[in-house]
Design a protein around this ligand. Structure first.
Ligand SMILES: [Zn+2]
Length: 122
């Protein structure tokens, strides 16, 4: 059985591929330019249902945590400092910590009143 956590992560991957990587649906698969090599074709496919990421050119697969890390870190080059994000002065009313299935932290969600969410990826 797939947990809500897993489903949310997989949906986030699909959304990001659609909005940032010109993904094209082919049945259950989302074809797109591979995240893991310099790709000029849609060599890679992502299957949200099974959580499978496969690159035909490299003939290998990646796990959803690896794909998520690549997707959400690739837009911030490691050599440049992350842009400073001003934090609200108020103290959050709730802090939710999301974990990967193996127990390592995925991201934080801070809730504020009036209702507002801030997400922070590790
Ligand atoms: Zn590839």
């Amino acid at each position: 059985m797939i947990s809500d956590q897993w489903r949310a992560e997989r949906e986030a991957i699909s959304l990001r591929l659609r909005t940032r990587h010109r993904a094209r649906a082919r049945g259950e698969w989302l074809d797109h330019h591979c995240l893991f090599h310099d790709d000029h074709h849609r060599s890679a496919s992502w299957n949200e249902t099974t959580g499978t990421y496969y690159c035909r050119t490299e003939d290998r697969t990646w796990t959803p945590p690896e794909v998520t890390e690549r997707l959400f870190l690739v837009s911030v080059p490691a050599s440049q400092p992350r842009p400073q994000r001003s934090l609200p002065a108020t103290v959050p009313t709730a802090v939710y910590t999301y974990l990967w299935p193996d127990g390592t932290p995925s991201h934080l969600k801070l809730r504020y009143e009036p209702k507002r969410f801030l997400q922070s990826f590790f």
